[in-house]
Design a protein around this ligand. Structure first.
Ligand SMILES: Nc1nc2c(c(=O)[nH]1)N[C@H]1C(S)=C(S)[C@@H](COP(=O)(O)OP(=O)(O)OC[C@H]3O[C@@H](n4cnc5c(=O)[nH]c(N)nc54)[C@H](O)[C@@H]3O)O[C@H]1N2
Ligand SMILES: Nc1nc2c(c(=O)[nH]1)N[C@H]1C(S)=C(S)[C@@H](COP(=O)(O)OP(=O)(O)OC[C@H]3O[C@@H](n4cnc5c(=O)[nH]c(N)nc54)[C@H](O)[C@@H]3O)O[C@H]1N2
Ligand code: SF4
Ligand SMILES: [Mo]
Length: 721
């Protein structure tokens, strides 16, 4: 019988509502759900690939173990025992911190992995936790931790009500928005202009987003903090500071004025690559707009001044009175209030053994993972668990990490692909695919531009003897606990309850309680008409919970270091970093720097095995300005050799005026070449990995975030023969 299941797409942060049309065990079509209040029918080209993923013959459906003669299937029982044994052995011999965990990006698109990943981390009892967070948005989260009191209390651009949107280092038309859950960005940007507003894009590339903007300015990679400091400098110099009602609970305005004093537009302009008069015009237009917002993403985070740049963006929004007001930068009020349900975020409880960087939110920088494995001594990593991650393609010097993984005593990968990372595993525990499990977005409602909630039921029953991420995590955690007893009493009781209920029922109960406890819920009063899981499940298209509301200072998270609910406009460590920024003005910039690129039909490193996403022309090509090419004797379509401090790759070149001279652009997520991967389609579109060039020695010193954009490279024509 044909049927339709309504749910959300789990492939990116937009969380679009989709209709999955099914006949028997087959997906017949995937369409946008017109009745989803958030996405209203919008989907991108990737949604249809959920069908490919469901059907992918390369997707692992049974645990496998590496043997001297190749991979060997084994039962779940044996797989869990084998996985746990190796971890326990390493911990017995070398201590808990000899076992690390890496959590990849898809964890946040997976309710079970999000909830029970924490259970596994607790059972491991290790300080060696790594994730994609430190390859991505940690700078922004650290700034929110310092300024607002929680790394999870993240400001979001109110794109639907703003009159002026200044976009730095983000390409939401292709990425579909990040730390901004806003499906259908092209239409939302167009509507800003239709209502008389302006969209201004600052990017070293003339991006797909820039094409929809009123203004686009090239910027030299990594210099956004200079531009932002100059904008703020102008606002102080011209007496345009208007904190409005925020003034009552913001501290540190005078410190900020001091901190930007040296950054007049004339001082910054040359390095930034934007003229002083243009910088002045942007500052004035931003300040004069009735409602304005500055929004920065990957290009402002994965750079040497990631934290300081992210801070200056918040400062610009606050000193123009645009924080916590419609059309500015606002805070979502999610149906599962993660901030209230979790202990406050922390930093600096321990440090990286090799680099001395402080832990943030329990994590160490992923840029240090390889050296933590390589460097002998107390706390050397001997065993690793990867959960939904492919750090060999996604982290700096991935080729070096690949070699390091080979030396581990034990690697357990929870993943449904045999890819560049998991091929080094001793055992792979593959979960079901996204259509075979329920889902609810806990993470992305925190970043939504409009409050809402959507329950996504499984489209198919999982195949017999299959396990979800939740099942796998709980089973592995309990085996570790039985073997070592690492959990505290409360956690051990919770684990027992989990095992008794089953992870699926346990997640539903937890979610129902969280919804009831939220401002939209009925508490436990059955006569009140609030949100419960039952009601949510009946609303198959999802529910709208209204526009974002001003909510400060009341909702500023309570924090240990300050009694009152106040905003710290000038956190000490970022202010101190302004000295480093000043010094950077004196450095000679490299002749050629490399930045990344996302393309419409990719999902980081793991979409290239989905046939519908790899059709069309070759996409792992280097974009280069014709003048830079001519200076090096390079013609269109030539293969070139790119070298950085850490590696060399060869790719074809595409000449375009759409990049700034002095900047070259390569997409990430490619490089499907290693022996022993089981990705037939991806291997035919292998490309090269940009992360064989990125340098793990370069990090943002405050957050430990990796530098993935704007690093120096040399480019030569490939030697012939
Ligand atoms: N140079 C450069 N590097 C980058 C970036 C860049 O812009 N430039 N971007 C960075 C960013 S923003 C991110 S977020 C990271 C991503 O870094 P990672 O998360 O390490 O890498 P992904 O490519 O997302 O790989 C996800 C893995 O999860 C598996 N997977 C998918 N769904 C599931 C699931 O439901 N359960 C389980 N168990 N596994 C699943 C896939 O098979 C794949 O192996 O890459 C970063 N790396
Ligand atoms: N199609 C697709 N969508 C995705 C993903 C994907 O792989 N493919 N990945 C998802 C993930 S994990 C994330 S985190 C988001 C990321 O979402 P975005 O941040 O919106 O995506 P990016 O394409 O990385 O955009 C970064 C932009 O910064 C620019 N840039 C680079 N360096 C600088 C700089 O120094 N200054 C300035 N001003 N700009 C700079 C780049 O040219 C690029 O346009 O996308 C998500 N959505
Ligand atoms: S934008 Fe595309 S990939 Fe992202 S959630 Fe929507 S349909 Fe899925
Ligand atoms: Mo990301």
């Amino acid at each position: 019988m044909p049927r339709v299941v309504y749910r959300t797409c789990t492939l990116c942060e937009a969380c679009c509502g989709i209709e999955v049309h099914v006949d028997g065990g087959c997906v017949t079509a995937i369409a946008g759900d017109q009745h989803d209040p958030s996405s209203q029918g919008y989907i991108c080209a990737k949604a249809g690939a959920l069908k490919d993923l469901h059907e992918d013959p390369d997707r692992l459906r049974q645990p496998i173990r590496r043997t001297a003669t190749g991979w060997e299937p084994l039962s779940w029982r044996d797989a869990f025992a084998y996985a746990a044994e190796g971890i326990l052995a390493a911990q017995r011999r070398h201590g808990n911190d000899a076992v690390a965990i890496y959590l990849g990006e898809p964890v946040v698109h997976n309710l079970g992995a999000l909830l029970f990943g924490e259970t596994l981390v607790a059972a491991l009892g290790t300080k060696k936790r790594f994730s994609a967070n430190s390859l991505d948005q940690f700078p922004k989260q650290l700034v929110c931790h310092w300024m607002y009191g929680s790394g999870l209390f993240v400001s979001v651009p109110d794109v639907d009500r703003t009159d002026y949107m200044l976009i730095l280092g983000a390409n939401p038309v292709v990425s579909n928005g990040s730390l901004m859950t806003a499906p259908g960005m092209p239409a939302r940007l167009r509507r800003i202009r239709e209502r008389g507003g302006r969209v201004v894009v600052i990017d070293p590339r003339h991006t797909e987003t820039a094409r929809l903007a009123d203004e686009h300015h090239f910027i030299r990679p990594g210099t956004d903090p200079l531009l932002l400091a100059a904008l703020i400098h102008i606002l102080f110099a011209e007496g345009r500071i208007r904190t409005g009602r925020l003034g009552a609970f913001v501290d540190g305005l005078a410190v900020v004025e001091q901190a930007v004093a040296a950054f007049a537009p004339e001082a910054a302009s040359e390095r930034v690559g934007i003229g002083p008069e243009t910088i002045r015009a942007i500052a004035r237009a931003f300040a004069d707009a009735p409602r304005a917002v500055c929004y920065g993403r990957m290009g402002t985070n994965t750079v040497p001044f990631g934290t300081t740049t992210s801070w200056l963006i918040e400062v610009l929004n606050i000193i123009t009175g645009n924080l916590d007001r419609p059309g500015g930068a606002m805070f979502a009020n999610p149906p599962v209030d993660v901030i209230r349900l979790q202990p406050p975020t922390q930093r600096g409880r321990w440090r990286s053994r090799t680099r001395g960087t402080p832990e943030f939110m329990g994590e160490l920088p992923t840029a240090t993972l390889a050296e933590e494995i390589e460097t002998p001594g107390d706390g050397q990593i001997r065993a690793l668990v990867t959960l939904a991650g492919n750090p060999v393609l996604s982290s700096p010097a991935g080729h070096r990490l690949s070699d390091a993984l080979r030396t581990l005593d034990h690697l357990v990968s929870i993943d449904f692909y045999l890819n560049e990372t998991t091929r080094h595993a001793h055992v792979i525990l593959p979960p079901v695919g996204p259509l075979e499990r329920d889902h609810f977005d806990v993470a992305f409602q925190l970043f939504a531009v409009r409050n809402g909630a959507h329950w996504s039921p499984a489209v198919f029953d999982p195949p017999p003897d299959a396990r979800s991420d939740a099942d796998i995590l709980v089973a592995l955690a309990s085996r570790l606990h039985w073997g070592r007893g690492g959990l505290g009493r409360v956690q051990a009781l919770a684990l027992r309850a989990l095992l008794a209920l089953g992870s699926e029922r346990a997640s539903r109960i937890a979610l129902d309680l969280a919804l009831r406890a939220s401002p939209y819920g009925n508490g436990i009063r059955p006569w009140r008409n609030g949100l419960t899981l039952k009601r949510l499940r009946r609303a198959v298209h999802g529910v709208d919970l209204g526009p974002l509301q001003p909510s400060l200072p009341d909702r500023l998270p309570a924090r240990a270091d300050r009694g009152a609910r106040r905003i710290e406009l000038a956190p000490r460590e970022v202010v101190a970093d302004m000295a480093r920024l000043r010094e950077s003005l004196a450095h000679r910039p490299p002749a050629l720097v490399l930045i990344g690129r996302r393309e419409a039909r990719t999902v980081n490193s793991w979409s290239h095995n989905l046939p519908s996403l790899v059709t069309g022309p070759l996409r792992c090509v280097l974009d280069m300005h014709p003048a830079d090419a001519a200076a090096r004797g390079i013609g269109p379509g030539d293969r070139v050799r790119i070298s950085s401090r850490v590696g060399v790759v060869e790719v074809p070149v595409r000449l375009t005026n759409g990049v700034m001279p002095g900047v070259v652009v390569l997409p990430h997520g490619y490089g499907h070449r290693g022996d022993g991967i089981q990705l037939a389609v991806a291997a035919a579109h292998a490309g090269v990995s940009i992360n064989d060039l990125t340098d793990p020695a370069e990090i943002d010193p405050l957050s430990g975030n990796a530098v993935l954009n704007g690093f120096p490279v040399r480019i030569e024509p490939r030697p012939r023969g």
